[in-house]
Structure formats: C-alpha cells, structure tokens
Design a protein around this ligand. Structure first.
Ligand code: DX5
Ligand code: ZN
Length: 216
C-alpha cells in the first residue's frame, strides 16, 4: 500500500501542532531538519521535534539535511522521532549510524542527493528500513520534480527486489498529482509531499487523493 508522508516544510510554522493534526490519517509526518551547512536553508531542530512528537499521534520521520548526522541522529530518536533519515553524503560511518538509530528503537533510513548513485550502497541496504531518493536538490519546498531521477528509482527498485529486501523506497521533492503516478510506476512506495499537501485547501483530502493516484 502506498504511503503519503506530508512534509511540514510547507506548513505554517507558527501553528505546527494544528498543521500536524490537519493531516491525521497520513502515514508519517515528514520533518525537514536543515542546518544551513549541508543545505543553504535553516529550519528546526531537536526542541521542535520533541514538542511536535507530543502534539500528534502521527509518527515523525525526521529527514536530516545536516552535517555530522553520526552525532545528531540518535538525539532525534530520543526527541521522539519514529524514523530518522540521514544523508549518506554527510555520514562518516553509515552502517554504524543505521545500527545506532535502530538500537535506539527507530527506523533507519538513508537519503541520496540527485547526483549520488545507488549502486555503491547496494550492500548497505539490509541495514536500512527505507531508502530515500531525492527528486529535487534538497533545501527548499516547491521545486520542480526532476524527471531524470526516474531511472534511478527503477534501478533502486530492481536492486531491492533482486535481494528480496523489505525496504521502503521513498521519493521526496516535487511530488504532486502531476508526478506521483510516474514515481509509483518506477517503483517508489513512499511519497513525501509538501506543497502538494499544505498548499491545498484541504490538506487531508490532498493526502487521500495522492494515495489513490499512487495506487492506481
Ligand atoms: C526539500 C525537502 C522536502 C520538501 C518537499 O529539501 O526535503 O521534503 O519539503 O517539498 P515539495 O513537496 O513542495 O517539493
Ligand atoms: Zn524532505
């Protein structure tokens, strides 16, 4: 079944708890953590994640777009994240990091920027619960979907299936009614959507309609 994870980057940051509750029924809330170093934007950190995890029943997946995730990721689990996604480009020791996250009781997920290929990480995939293929350069919401990532999604799907892994394949960036079917057809099964959900008049209805489209 397709999962839709609304990205709170496009929510009203002055009303985060309310905005989280506006999409109850979504599978996970996607929380974009940016440090102004790994990406040229700054969003939120541990105290906000801690408060938000108490304000909603929906589990949080923290997408860490930060330097030194090896140091910080376990703290996000302690702050209440049910899943932590780190960028392999920033991780010093991705296998150890994935094991640290799992040992703390959360799901471990690894993200690839558009220019990072999946093949060098094939042997690491059994250490993970989810692989995130970025379909925009990370840093901002509302960017155009990069069609050139579709072959990478297909290759990742083939690798996952060839190894018989129970690994979710997530896409993030420019996912909307106009692009979600192409992502699903290429093999993605978890879809992050920011502007397509929070830019809609009825965010909960947008989640339902994206899910229906992904499952077509
Ligand atoms: C971008 C973030 C995304 C962003 C997606 O760096 O990782 O999660 O919120 O926003 P949309 O869906 O608007 O492209
Ligand atoms: Zn994200």
């Amino acid at each position: 079944m397709a999962q839709i994870n609304p990205s709170m980057l496009s929510a009203d940051f002055s009303r985060l708890a309310e905005e989280a509750r506006a999409v109850e029924g979504a599978d996970w809330l996607h929380i974009d953590v940016m440090d102004n170093h790994f990406v040229p934007n700054l969003t939120l950190g541990l105290p906000v994640v801690e408060s938000l995890s108490r304000a909603t029943e929906t589990p949080l997946d923290c997408h860490l777009m930060i330097e030194d995730p090896d140091r910080w990721a376990p703290a996000y689990v302690e702050a209440g994240a049910g899943s932590v996604t780190f960028h392999v480009e920033a991780a010093a020791a991705p296998v150890r990091l994935a094991r640290d996250i799992r040992a703390k009781g959360a799901k471990a997920s690894m993200a690839l920027r558009p220019a990072t290929p999946v093949e060098p990480y094939e042997d690491l995939l059994p250490e993970l619960d989810m692989l995130l293929i970025m379909t925009v350069e990370p840093g901002f919401g509302g960017q155009a979907f990069l069609d050139i990532m579709l072959p990478k999604i297909r290759r990742a799907r083939r690798i996952i299936d060839r190894h018989g892994l129970q690994l979710a394949l997530q896409v993030d960036g420019g996912v909307s009614a106009a692009t979600i079917e192409r992502c699903a057809e290429a093999g993605a099964d978890v879809f992050v959507a920011g502007s397509a959900v929070y830019g809609a008049d009825d965010p909960a209805a947008a989640v339902r309609s994206l899910r229906a489209q992904a499952e077509k």
